[in-house]
Design a protein around this ligand. Structure first.
Ligand code: GLY
Length: 309
């Protein structure tokens, strides 16, 4: 009998101080995203398709800080960052500070698949999306009442200055970046990450989620990673690629690499965050140093999904 190749999928809905009364929504949200991606993978879909599908589900779920429900910047607007990578040809695409797009991960995928570009920012990214038939939307379609209240509170309390580079979305600021890493039956690994960034951020601020090697990395020879947490700190330790390099030298142990990368983040920058990791055989690792991280995974060698917040 032909042996089935392993398939795996792991997703996250952000590492931060998720309040008790939001924990159930986060658990449901990551499980919904996992199921949507897993249905595709199990039916022979590609890792890229599964990552995009899982992330789309979380971008459309206003529980998370991605797509609709994202935090507002200092000007009261939504600017989104996202990136995707596939590990066979090391192909990648990303958008940064893009506006009027509900599903930035889908624009990142089109950039990866239909152009020679890796990263597009701002208006250029929105124009690229339109040129490729991706619908745009008004800010109103993405802004929720919850985020307007948070933003108004910040304005009224006099804390409405752009978030400083030292203030990571750890214990105090809401996070909720989303990400997914998949291994498909052809042995290809894909990773993706999507976010609204940090609350009250300066207009034009770009975090790790757009940046290949920081928020997202995938290499079929080693594995795939998606990061979440304080973007400025994550960028400075090139987090996603650091995890890959650690797995390369630790005998392909995704859990140890995840823990070591979070320790590095803390030690070198004082930053807070988390990572989800797959190795090339579909083994899963997760680690975070925030109070909570919403996450879920499934592999072809376990009976059902495992989720935690
Ligand atoms: N990790 C998301 C951000 O800092 O933008």
């Amino acid at each position: 009998m032909k042996r089935q190749r392993p398939v795996s999928l792991v997703v996250h809905g952000g590492a931060w101080n998720i309040p008790d009364d939001e924990a159930d929504a986060h658990r449901r949200g990551v499980l919904n995203a996992l199921k949507a991606g897993w249905d595709l993978l199990r039916d022979g879909g590609t890792a890229v398709e599964a990552v995009e599908r899982s992330i789309n589900v979380m971008e459309n779920d206003e529980t998370f800080n991605a797509g609709r429900g994202s935090v507002l910047n200092a000007a009261g607007e939504i600017e989104l960052d996202a990136s995707i990578m596939e590990g066979k040809g090391l192909r990648a695409g990303g958008v940064a500070a893009v506006q009027n797009i509900a599903n930035p991960i889908s624009v990142a995928r089109v950039i990866m698949e239909k152009s020679d570009i890796v990263l597009l920012v701002g208006l250029g990214a929105t124009r690229f999306a339109k040129e490729h038939g991706i619908a745009t939307c008004g800010q109103d379609a993405l802004i929720t009442g919850r985020e307007i209240s948070r933003w108004r509170e910040a304005q009224a309390s006099g804390t409405a200055t752009p978030v400083s580079r030292k203030k990571a979305p750890g214990r105090s600021a809401p996070g909720g970046t989303v990400g997914a890493v998949a291994l498909d039956a052809d042995g290809t690994i894909a990773s993706g990450t999507s976010t609204g960034g940090t609350p009250n951020k300066h207009q034009g601020r770009v975090g790790d989620s757009s940046l290949i090697g920081c928020g997202t990395y995938a290499d079929n020879e080693i594995g795939g990673v998606s990061s979440t947490g304080g973007g400025e700190a994550i960028i400075r330790v090139v987090m996603a690629k650091s995890v890959i390099d650690m797995m390369r030298s630790n005998g392909d142990d995704p859990e140890q690499a995840a823990k070591d990368a979070i320790a590095l983040l803390k030690k070198r920058t004082g930053g807070e965050g988390g990572v989800i990791v797959l190795n090339a055989s579909g083994g899963v690792g997760t680690a975070f140093n925030t109070p909570r991280m919403a996450r879920a995974f499934i592999t072809s060698s376990i009976k059902g999904p495992i989720a935690a917040v």
